[in-house]
Design a protein around this ligand. Structure first.
Ligand SMILES: C[S@@+](CC[C@H](N)C(=O)[O-])C[C@H]1O[C@@H](n2cnc3c(N)ncnc32)[C@H](O)[C@@H]1O
Length: 508
């Protein structure tokens, strides 16, 4: 006889054994040796080391001798990854064994009017019987409907004996294999394993309008529209305020250069805010390696200049720039293994850290270029994901290899080439409210998938519950603090490096 109730199925995910109660959707993960030990225990009270495990399994009605629950008395608790849409009436569910652009692939599960009423009546506190009564449906219809939602291939609902807490993690994740790494074309690496994204930016970015919604999203892109996290301002405007408050940008800054402006939305908001605050910027030069993005910027930013150019070989005269901005570009620049990086490590007096496999040599070259082009007293701000001591590592899910930044080493290079360098969290520079909320990644992906099914686009933007462009009639949207996964990268993963060219006068 099996150790487990007949309704339980057992499978393996990422090396862990999963016991799944098919009728309730409740489940338990354990290591293969722990499962073997439970299976080996045949009679009598469980041995001491299994007691807690067995007690929990019994609570979940997973054991052969467990009392099976009266399903009508249980509480249907919808997964926070599922949304309900009105047209056509359906649930949008993540597909456990498929992965989409942002993590989950989603599919529609059409609802007939009775099912729709049943789902709408689930509030995480009512029992199945109460939900059926409220929806005006027979109990048998409720039980049949919920039975289609609790299996491991669906994972849309759990039937629980207690209401789920608002942050219950088991309702926010799938029991599924980890998302596979995105395939990377060979030509994005050099012969010694260094990243070489030149062809990607020059040739593979073809649509500046959709690139940052569909292929990669930046913090600035996600927050390009006003959001409560940034005091109701868009990213570029909030950044302008920070630059003025910190006297990084001044009336006499003269030539302002942005390297890698993407769609130009950051610049648009920054320039607009500067005008609004009576501090117009007259000479704004954009340098970008992507012809497609330069064209998008040209259309958005009349009155500014654009140049096709390379961050590590800036097409600028020595000491000509009054302020330089480069937002989320460093990770695109070359990262190289130690043999290739060795000459620069030595030149800048750095050392390889234990276990360090990659070095942000492109970022180092860029910083040296910044030292060459900044006027005395002028500043630069560089933002990117990484940390003061984090060993550079390659992203896994993008279609191109970006590498996180070891900001401690970049700051050391900046000092070695004569700049003052200060490192701070990007959230601190922007004075972001980290308690503000945006849509959880799952809800964003569900809305993206539903929109695409209707031939519509769903941009990767930070929205708030008050946002005007939220579709009417959609329920189940999950709002989480911006420190958790959402439509774009998490702000707290990013740092800002503030560089300043010493002013000859004060030095003298
Ligand atoms: C990740 S996007 C960031 C866009 C924008 N700054 C933002 O924050 O949304 C990187 C930008 O830098 C540009 N870029 C990448 N590598 C570059 C390089 N080596 N030289 C100049 N621009 C580069 C890309 O074309 C793109 O505009």
């Amino acid at each position: 006889m099996s150790r487990f109730a007949p309704v339980v199925c057992i499978f393996t995910v990422e090396g862990r054994r999963v016991l799944w109660h098919g009728a309730t959707g409740r489940h338990f993960l354990l290591s293969p040796p722990a499962l073997a030990a439970v299976e080996a225990w045949t009679a009598g009270p469980p041995p001491g080391q299994l007691r807690v495990l067995v007690q929990r399994m019994d609570e979940l009605a997973l054991l052969a001798e467990s009392l099976q629950p009266d399903l009508a008395a249980l509480i249907p608790c919808p997964s926070r990854l599922v949304i309900r849409v009105p047209e056509p009436r359906a649930l949008w569910l993540p597909v456990p064994d498929q992965r989409g652009p942002g993590g989950y692939a989603y599919r529609a599960r059409p609802l007939d009017p009775v099912e729709d009423a049943l789902w709408a009546a689930c509030n995480g506190a009512r029992s199945v019987a109460e939900v059926a009564a409220r929806a005006g449906a027979p109990l048998s219809a409720a039980l049949a409907f919920f039975a289609t939602l609790t299996g491991p291939e669906v994972q849309a609902l759990q039937l629980r004996d207690q209401p789920a807490g608002p942050r219950d993690p088991s309702l926010r994740r799938l029991v599924a294999p980890e998302r596979p790494d995105a395939p990377r074309p060979d030509h994005l690496y050099g012969s010694q394993g260094q990243t070489t994204l030149g062809p990607y930016h020059h040739d593979h970015i073809t649509d500046g309008q959709t690139h940052f919604d569909d292929r990669e999203t930046t913090v600035a892109h996600a927050f390009a529209r006003p959001h409560p996290a940034l005091g109701g301002l868009p990213y570029g405007a909030r950044l302008l305020d920070a630059l003025l408050d910190r006297s990084l940008l001044n009336e006499d800054s003269g030539l302002v250069v942005e390297v890698g402006p993407g769609t130009g939305e950051l610049a648009e908001a920054l320039l607009g805010r500067a005008l609004e605050r009576g501090r117009p910027i007259h000479d704004y030069l954009r340098i970008d390696a992507s012809p497609a993005l330069l064209a998008t910027q040209d259309a958005r930013l009349p009155g500014t200049r654009g140049l096709l150019g390379e961050a590590t070989a800036l097409p600028l005269a020595d000491h000509s720039v009054g302020f330089l901005l480069s937002n989320e570009v460093l990770a695109d620049l070359e990262a190289a293994p130690e043999p290739l990086a060795r000459p620069l490590i030595a030149a800048h007096g750095l050392h390889a850290e234990p276990g360090q496999a990659l070095f942000n040599v492109g970022a180092w070259r860029f910083v040296a270029e910044i030292a060459r082009v900044l006027r005395p007293g002028a500043a630069a701000v560089l933002t990117e994901f990484g940390d003061a001591h984090e060993l550079p590592s390659e992203t896994r899910y993008l279609d191109h290899p970006e590498v996180s930044i070891h900001f401690g080493q970049v700051a050391a290079v900046a000092r070695a080439v004569g700049l003052d360098a200060q490192l701070l969290p990007l959230g601190e520079l922007l004075q972001a409210d980290l308690t503000a909320r945006w849509l959880a990644r799952g809800s964003h992906e569900a809305l993206r998938s539903w929109s695409h099914s209707r031939g519509q686009r769903w941009a990767a933007r930070a929205r708030s519950p008050q946002d005007a462009d939220l579709p009417a009639g959609v329920t189940g949207l999950d709002w989480v603090p911006i420190t958790e996964d959402g439509p774009g990268p998490v702000l707290t993963r990013f740092m800002a490096l503030v560089l300043r060219q010493p002013d000859g006068r004060s030095a003298g």
